[in-house]
Design a protein around this ligand. Structure first.
Ligand code: MLT
Length: 243
């Protein structure tokens, strides 16, 4: 299984999955360029480029058989790009807290604004504004340890990497037309309290992708795999049994 992290995060966001799913699958969770311990390169990082990085990573470590790719949020945008560009490498898809569409004009303007602020003021501006929205309001209020862990993971993103990912997400293409071509087993998981990507995005992907399953998790926001690790791992574990 290949886990692709979201923005502005790194592979450590998958620690409950690495720990608990390693008995069911060979789990791989790289840091994308400019995130975690992977060095930054100049902006932008298109979703296609990050998908190609993931394919090169599999190549480099000698994985030749198709994998189940699980991407959360920006990781989901990359997962769809990976499917489009590296179809033979894909056995199945898990789309978590993500959407198929491109950014709206307003969304694009917000990416530019955020990238400008990060260039000028540093990464804290994005960390501070995004952190409360990364989790369900109830998780944010009641689980200070998780909030601190997420903050630390976000703060591990390089300034250059943050700008480059924002600009790459801004330019991403619309993957909606791709959905009906997906012919591998697909699991869609979304938190009912996601404040960043509405549940209806998950529902429309489920409608468009034949052979897909949809699971909506209660008491979970955007980072549902960290907020409800037991439920998330159970749903993913059940899905893996079909391979
Ligand atoms: C993410 O969690 O990866 C981001 O919120 C995605 C986005 O900003 O579109």
């Amino acid at each position: 299984m290949l886990f692709i992290h979201g923005f502005p995060l790194n592979r450590r966001m998958w620690s409950p999955q690495i720990e608990q799913l390693s008995s069911a699958a060979h789990v791989l969770a790289p840091d994308l360029r400019g995130h975690g311990e992977t060095l930054p390169t100049p902006a932008p990082y298109s979703m296609d480029m990050l998908a190609d990085d993931c394919a090169a990573f599999l190549e480099a470590i000698g994985v030749t058989q198709p994998v189940v790719v699980c991407g959360l949020s920006m990781g989901g945008y990359i997962t769809l790009a990976f499917y489009r560009r590296h179809r033979p490498r894909v056995a199945g898809l898990i789309l978590a807290a993500t959407r198929a569409g491109a950014d709206t004009p307003e969304g694009k303007a917000n990416r530019d604004k955020a990238a400008g602020q990060v260039r000028e003021l540093g990464i804290r501006t994005v960390v501070d504004s995004m952190l409360p929205k990364m989790m369900a309001p109830n998780t944010y209020a009641s689980n200070p340890e998780l909030v601190a862990r997420v903050e630390e993971i976000m703060a591990g993103t390089s300034q250059e990497g943050m700008v480059a990912a924002l600009l790459g997400m801004k330019e991403r293409s619309d993957s909606t037309a791709l959905l009906e071509q997906i012919d591998v087993p697909t699991l869609i998981v979304h938190g009912l309290d996601d404040q960043l990507i509405p549940v209806k995005e998950a529902e429309s992907m489920h409608t468009a992708i034949k052979n897909s399953q949809l699971h909506l998790l209660q008491a979970a926001g955007h980072l549902l795999n960290l907020e409800q690790p037991g439920r998330f791992n159970q749903v993913v574990g059940d899905f893996l049994e079909s391979f």
